[in-house]
Design a protein around this ligand. Sequence first.
Ligand code: NAD
Length: 429
Amino acid sequence: MKLSIIGTGYVGLVTGTCFAEVGHHVICVDNDAAKVKMLQAGGIPIYEPGLEELVKKNVAAGRLKFTASTAEGVQNSDVIFIAVPTPPQPDGSVDLSYIERVARDIAAAMTSYKIVVDKSTVPVKTGEKVTETIKRYCTAKTEFDVVSNPEFLREGFAVGDLMKPDRVVIGVGSQRPVAAMTEIYTPFNAPIIVTDINSAELIKHAANSFLALKISYINAIATVCEAAGANVQEVAQGIGLDERIGRRFLNAGIGFGGSCFPKDLSAFIKISEQVGYEFKLLKEVQRINADQMERFVKKITDTLWVLKDKKIGVLGLAFKQNTDDVRSSPAIDLCQRLLKDGATLRVHDPKAMDKAKSFLPNVTYVDDMNAVAEGCDALVVATEWDEFKQLDLARAKAGLTHPIMFDGRNLFDPAAMEKLGWIYKSVGR
Ligand code: NAD
């Protein structure tokens, strides 16, 4: 099928590439001319495992193209996906100006029937607004259908998630776009849920809020474990093997972050408020998440006492492993708090150092994770990168003035660390 994707970021680029991989012809559009130029020249603006090879392969096969012109994308495709940002506003509600802008651009370029699919995460009833907007701005007055098709990919695993989704949600206002949408997704062999647009939009916010809730739940359990002398990992294992609960998203730490969970949670609280329901449960999820960071910072200051003139090594800057994304990263938040209290930082991340530089201009970036601890008063683990588990502990210990580690991601075994002579503080253990 002939598809275009408006917005070539984490979602748009991976989605477009995977659509091309299964044989569709895809034009990825972005209004960031520099990004388009880079992609046209063979560069990849984000780090996502497996993506680069797939982009190159599909560009070479002539199935994947990049352009800065929305009109070009719209006129050369039957189905147009919207994958632009939906950032939070100060009151927690969603800024829908990017969606509105794109709806107008699509409307202006449409000269024949199109299916306009919203893939961005949007509040329930956005589909109605997009429909109204396209009707208003489409000078050619052609027919169209608006579809909601929320995206559930996880950064760091995006290619795998796109190629083998748990489910595909398609929200429609009429039967007309169902066949084309089903055809697009048939090669992915996933269960397809066809529903109404409002339900599809709500599924995304309900899903992300539940995942955030699960993280806050285990973080609250971690606090109880710490106070009671229990081990949160053992507890997570014990409850997670129950199939009704599941082990995933039960890792205690310094809280969730990233460009999705915090914003989707605030949005869902706001959406619920607007329809007359105060979602106190989700407000508590936010509170627990904020507390989790406070508690970890307190652990550091309780041990090191005064942070002024202390040198701290930090492992991890990305909001989670396998990505270079630092948007709303708890690791960056933590670094900023330590800096504010007067510490100096030596930091390392396998992929996110470039993107962190604008948020953390005054720290020392260290290319080798094993060299981060050198000359430091303590070492902090802030992101759960698997490679940190291979840290040369003997070298790190030798480099530190005192062998103190604050592990915000529970990567090491407390008993083994103590045996090695570390003062080791983790979360909920
Ligand atoms: P992103 O910031 O990485 O990418 C968005 C892209 O849209 C940018 O490249 C930007 O230049 C482009 N853009 C903005 N306005 C445009 C316009 N008028 N015309 C053309 N291009 C335009 O964002 P993202 O992380 O890909 O997220 C996009 C949407 O998908 C958001 O609603 C987000 O909540 C949702 N989502 C994100 C993820 C994720 O893990 N990142 C997962 C599921 C859903």
